[in-house]
Design a protein around this ligand. Structure first.
Ligand SMILES: Cc1ncc(COP(=O)(O)O)c(C=O)c1O
Length: 384
């Protein structure tokens, strides 16, 4: 079993990415979705080789990326997807915007399901559309899609939905039944479903994951998936994502995008993604999932012991924890006080939508020491 362990703090502080440069060195950064692990060996090898041979030109028009993803999807999700129905672009955000531009008319409404990854609001407006909020339903023990609310939004004229599967920030893996039902509702109204599946490689074993396009015939007809290796393998700066479809009409939409959308794919991103999706990286990804599993449980234990006011449900996927701190009485945006006084940077809950008041999002894609230190610092602030 390969053990995937986060780098020591001193080494992480040498990094120059957003996570390590946004705040001064006395702040522990657990905000943006970057992880603190070394690269998977196959990715390091591919990137070193490219650097050594100066292989830094444009991405080729024929690459192994689509077939590498198809093989990955089959191995990891049991999903058969046709490499001929995929196109690459720079990142998931760009894929979402370009698809939304094509499937909506200016001013049309796109459903989003808050609390949700904050840029979703901006991506919808960048595409010229407007946001219609249909919050996730909180059952008391989990979150789920509000299918009645989504149906009502379509009845009221919304023409598409931007789905987050698995969901950021709650880490919810939507059930197969809910995705099948969503697809059928969308199909009934001729609405498009754009499914952001960037966190899919990070679904924990034991939780069944359904790629949206694999949720029945209606899903194939209405769906577009945007996928990437970038969250699981920490490749966000390298710029590579895939737009995936499963029916002729949706494939034609993606094929109809300007060639420039594909030219924006990063060469390093593509080389790294091919290595990430290869069988050679499976053991590393399994090791990462084990580490994240330990971290999500460690966080629960720490919060129970040191911050009992915090409400936290263990996520099914990913390395993001959605924590309700309203019990502390620190107002709508507790992350502000935590940053200023405890020197821990968390993502601001209200940025995810009104449902995020009193919440923070904590990135546990790091070492047990850093997670422990972060919770200790916040607990010390409570004790003051
Ligand atoms: C759900 C979700 N979508 C998209 C992104 C951003 O992806 P990209 O950098 O490929 O645009 C993130 C980043 O954290 C995310 O969590």
């Amino acid at each position: 079993m390969l053990e995937v362990t986060a780098l020591p703090l001193a080494e992480l502080r040498e990094r120059s990415s957003e996570k390590w440069r946004e705040y001064p060195a006395d702040v522990l950064p657990l905000f943006v979705a970057e992880t603190d692990f070394p690269l998977a060996p196959a990715i390091s090898t591919a990137l070193h080789r490219a650097v050594e041979s100066g292989d830094t030109g444009y991405v080729a028009s024929r690459t192994p990326l689509a077939s590498a993803y198809a093989a990955f999807a089959r191995r990891r999700f049991g999903w058969s997807v046709d490499p001929a129905r995929m196109r690459s672009t720079a990142d998931v955000s760009m894929g979402i915007v370009e698809i939304l531009r094509r499937v909506t008319q200016p001013g049309e409404r796109v459903v989003v399901t808050p609390p949700v990854y904050p840029p979703f609001y901006d991506l919808v407006s960048e595409a010229g559309a407007e946001v219609q909020r249909v919050p996730l339903r909180d059952t008391g023990t989990a979150w789920e899609l509000d299918l009645d609310g989504i149906r009502a939004a379509f009845e009221d004229g919304a023409t598409s939905i931007l789905l987050c599967n698995p969901h950021n920030p709650t880490g919810t893996v939507h059930s197969r039944d809910s995705l099948v039902a969503l697809a059928e509702i969308a199909d009934e109204f001729g609405a498009a479903v754009v499914s952001d599946e960037i966190h899919a490689p990070l679904v924990q074993p034991g939780t069944p994951f359904t790629p949206f396009l694999d949720a029945g015939d209606a899903a194939e007809r209405v769906g577009y998936a945007v996928v990437s290796a970038s969250k699981a393998f920490n490749l966000a700066g390298l710029k590579c994502a895939l737009m995936v479809t499963a029916a002729d009409a949706t494939t034609a939409v993606v094929r109809g995008l300007p060639i420039e959308v594909e030219w924006r794919t990063g060469q390093f991103g593509l080389l790294a993604a091919v290595a990430a999706f290869s069988e050679e990286s499976d053991e590393w990804l399994d090791g990462l999932l084990r580490t994240l599993d330990q971290n999500r449980v460690l966080l629960e234990d720490l919060l129970a012991a040191r911050l009992p006011e915090a409400q936290y449900r263990i996520p099914d996927a990913g390395y993001l924890a959605w924590i309700d701190l309203s019990g502390l009485g620190w107002g709508e945006n507790p992350a502000r006080r935590i940053l200023k006084e405890a020197k821990v940077a968390l993502h601001f809950g209200p940025a995810f939508g009104d449902e995020g008041r009193g919440h923070v999002r904590l990135n546990f894609g790091t070492s047990p020491e850093i997670i422990t230190e972060a919770v200790e610092r916040i607990a010390a602030l409570v004790a003051r």
